[in-house]
Design a protein around this ligand. Sequence first.
Ligand code: NAD
Length: 505
Amino acid sequence: MATSQQTTVEQEAVKRDFYHLVINGEKVKSSTGETIKTYNPATGELVAEVAKASQEDAERAVQAAREAFDNGKWKKYPVGKRARVLNKIASIMRSRFNELVELEVLDTGKTIAAAQGQVSQAIEDFEFYAGAIVGHGGSVNNMPGQFQNYTEKEPVGVCAQITPWNYPMMMAAWKIAPAIAVGCSVIVKPASLTPLTTIVLGEICLEAGVPAGVVNIVPGSGSQVGNYLVEHPQVDKVAFTGSTPTGKDIMKKASDTLKRVTLELGGKSPNLVFPDADIDAAVDGSLFGIFYNSGQSCEARSRLYVHEDIYDEFMSKFVEKAKQIKLGDPFDKGTHMGAIIDQDQLDTIDGYVKSAIEDGAEVLAGGKQAHPEGYENGFWYEPTVIANVNHDMKVVQEEIFGPVVVVMKFKDEKEAIKLANDTVFGLGSAVWTKDGAQATRVAKQIQAGIVMVNCPFSAFPGTPFGGYKQSGFGRELSIESLDLYTETKSIVSYFGSRPLNPLGL
Ligand code: NAD
């Protein structure tokens, strides 16, 4: 029997047939006995069954997290001790790296190279926050006369953390690591389509010495379990990553209890190629920018703008290489692009492509479902390049979340910036130019949380990640996240020798 301070979790194989919920330091079945089945999107085969949390389970998780936060010792640990536990989580993950990668590939259908990068980053997130927390704290501020002010950073409390299906391991790490680093307790609700590595990460947290109740994992329905956590009066903060419509709904519902809310939402990120760019580097970076993770990336650079002087040369190389992208066995290092998460997402992607064709756009590559040999029962879509679009089309304005890029020409810097900012989103963006001054000018004017200059990568531990406009607010992956999991308490004191008598009584 676990107490609030110990756990009884033993190491099991990472890959198994059944996964439990993690509540109050124990691996438990759902109160209803219900399960979720997860399928390998690359093959359509069953991967595992997972206990499906009910509202009763969510309530138990809230109570466990509340008790661990209010009466537990985690937040009172010396910061160095908490840092050691975070490092231990990282070291257990590292020792089980290949197993975690395998499970992530099976659960998501992504390529092994992508999963390796993402699991590596998840590990580094824990290491980053183990270091960052040691230097995180309040400040001493100037005050007039005989007064003194200092601030303290206190953990915000019990946090509901709701994650999407596209980067399960990484999203869980982005959320759990900073929250527990500052002393919060968390209840993580992963997406039902890809809950496996998040559950294993919860188990690893217990194995590393995180006390019972501090990390709870409750896979279940968004509209039931997710919603229950968002509305729960004993939950202090919601950290959500997912689509913009769900983010809006969560923000409304969290307002009744004035919870702290951070939202990492959708995107439609622009990719600007200027005439002096290194064309080959820009082609390769732009291909990665859209087709990495099969385009199922919040910061996928799905709007490609190319200067008219280099458009023909750039596009002929871009389209030729897009057609060479290899789909198939996700465990084969030679495979460039993995599967689409499920049939619904495949239909959504195809619907967007068909709507573009009906609106008069031209498909330069791809444009239909793919059937890689040996993987005919999975969900695949061809890397798709669409030209001859105008800026009002759905395919240009809405997030598709698949391997589909729209391409347009621009004539000068001013027009490029105008087109880049003509969107409700503001997550990622990329600029390709050898002119440093131009890169700086453009970066300053793009309304997005991230600007990649001559670079296809955006997410590194320590670099703030988050959106402008309807891509959400708050930043993850960086020191800022520590602030977003804490409240600032301001302490004002008087050290004069004469008693104060402000009313003159
Ligand atoms: P989604 O919004 O459908 O679901 C995300 C999570 O929210 C899931 O766990 C789901 O079960 C839960 N949920 C759904 N309805 C809910 C409700 N009413 N209350 C509480 N929880 C609810 O998103 P998705 O399809 O899983 O993920 C894709 C989306 O995530 C894309 O829009 C993508 O851009 C976005 N995303 C953003 C980032 C970022 O950092 N900005 C990163 C990854 C993904």
